[in-house]
Design a protein around this ligand. Structure first.
Ligand code: NI
Ligand code: MN
Length: 224
């Protein structure tokens, strides 16, 4: 079994009996976050891109023992800021994990750190853990190559619906046509005024096209 705890914005703690991953941990400064950073223990922290609402608390998690896995540029930045264990990769690359693997995918977005440093290309990620396939798109627009990601066979897609900086709900529904996951969890909405959306309405619309929509509140969990 794999259990996902929503941390708010695009962040998750993803746990199996073999490994704990955190992705895009934006807790400090997130008005909706419920989790304390000190209580978040992970083997790996995955960062899709360098924007503050994704890079977030990565350094704190690294100092608590997590290995930072991201782009070559973000891994280098983390190392320079004191992260002891980093793995720098790039789009298309695959990494073995205890009980599975991850593979970085393209995302249409940008990627600079809060201080202006370059973060490399933005990415999404496909995870295989406990024989389940999970796609976290990172921040992105809709793009037709999502078909290639869908061809991998997805149990779960995690997609932004906030609009303004990423896909909005309509384009996220379009993405479901290309990805064909069994379940979709909407993210990247309601944290800030420009990205107010109705996650429950999106989940209901997804269900109408045959994908089980699950809108999680920060702190809530979903098991596959
Ligand atoms: Ni972003
Ligand atoms: Mn973002």
């Amino acid at each position: 079994m794999v259990t996902l705890r929503f941390l708010g914005q695009s962040g998750f703690l993803i746990s199996t009996p073999e490994v704990k991953l955190v992705i895009d941990p934006f807790i400090t400064g997130n008005p909706l976050a419920k989790q304390s950073v000190a209580d978040l223990q992970a083997d790996f922290v995955l960062v899709t891109h360098a924007h503050g609402d994704h890079w977030g608390d990565t350094l704190s998690l690294a100092k608590q023992g997590a290995t930072v896995v991201s782009t070559f540029e973000i891994a280098g930045y983390a190392k320079a800021q004191g992260a002891a264990k980093v793995i720098g990769m790039n789009i298309g690359g695959r990494l073995g994990l205890p009980g599975g693997w991850l593979k970085w995918t393209p995302a249409w977005h940008s990627s600079s750190f809060p201080d202006g440093s370059y973060g490399g290309m933005p990415m999404g990620v496909v995870l295989e853990l406990a024989n389940k396939r999970i796609y976290h798109s990172g921040d992105t627009a809709l793009f037709s190559d999502m078909t290639l990601i869908g061809d991998m066979g997805l149990d779960l897609a995690i997609l932004p619906i906030g609009d303004h900086f990423t896909m909005g709900p309509e384009d996220a529904l379009g993405a479901l046509e290309l990805l064909n996951p069994k379940i979709v969890v909407p993210v990247h909405y309601n944290t800030f005024p420009p990205i107010q959306q109705d996650g429950q309405a999106f989940a209901e619309q997804a269900s109408l096209i045959g994908v089980r929509g699950v809108a999680l509140e920060p702190g809530e969990e979903l098991s596959l």
